[in-house]
Design a protein around this ligand. Structure first.
Ligand code: GRF
Length: 206
């Protein structure tokens, strides 16, 4: 009998470079998983093209064809019912309580700042405006607070005097593409332990 692969769903709204990093990790055999579904709330998200190129089921679920958020998310839950881990990768919709409860502890997100600094949108601009000397990215579990769940991994990126939002975003994105697949790997390998908000590796020293 073929062994069951760990099933990922990736939720997207745009460019999909983090999706691509996950696809590449799987194809290089660095992640023992398969992407069962890519779901976008935006019709022309380039991420959908990326998925199709790799033969992955890639669907646009139109929020406008549902009368409210609950119904939209009910349909999402239905589509994702056999999924082991839901990865948000630039998914530009806030998820409701019912959806989060349906996948309790099984939704993660990548955010382009060192949380809890600068949650929300336009965070590279906010980091520059604030004058911090380091920013970076965070992979975290998703709870009802926007960008507020327990932190799995972070990578710090120094802010250079000559940086603008674009150059900073570019350097942060390079780190995102490293830590997102790595965080997924830690989950697949059941290598995380939890103490309150603190998430650590079971296997220490790496
Ligand atoms: C990334 O910066 C990610 O941190 C944020 O949205 C952006 C998505 O980029 N949540 P991409 O679509 O993965 O290229």
């Amino acid at each position: 009998m073929p062994s069951e692969k760990f099933k990922l769903a990736v939720l997207v709204s745009g460019r999909g470079s983090n999706l691509q990093a996950i696809i590449d990790s799987i194809e290089k055999n660095n992640l023992a998983a398969e992407i069962s579904l890519i779901l976008s709330n935006v019709p022309d998200a380039y991420a959908l093209e990326r998925g199709k190129k790799h033969g992955i089921e890639s669907v646009f679920l139109d929020p406008k064809s549902f009368s409210n958020r609950d119904d939209y998310e009910k349909q999402m839950i239905e589509l994702l019912r056999s999924i082991d881990l839901v990865c948000l990768a630039g998914f530009m919709r806030i998820l409701g309580k019912k959806f989060i409860e349906a996948f309790s502890g099984k939704i993660i997100n990548i955010h382009p700042s060192l949380l809890p600094a600068f949650p929300g949108l336009n965070v590279q601009e906010k980091a520059l405006e604030h004058g911090v000397k380091f920013s970076g990215c965070t992979v975290h579990f998703v709870n009802e607070e926007v960008d507020g769940g327990a932190i799995i991994l972070q990578a710090a990126v120094p802010i250079l005097d000559e940086d603008d939002a674009q150059s900073l975003s570019r350097r942060i994105l390079e780190q995102e593409h490293i830590i997102y697949p790595e965080a997924i790997r830690l989950i697949i390998e059941d290598n995380l332990e939890f103490s309150g908000r603190r998430v650590t590796r079971k296997t220490r020293g790496n």
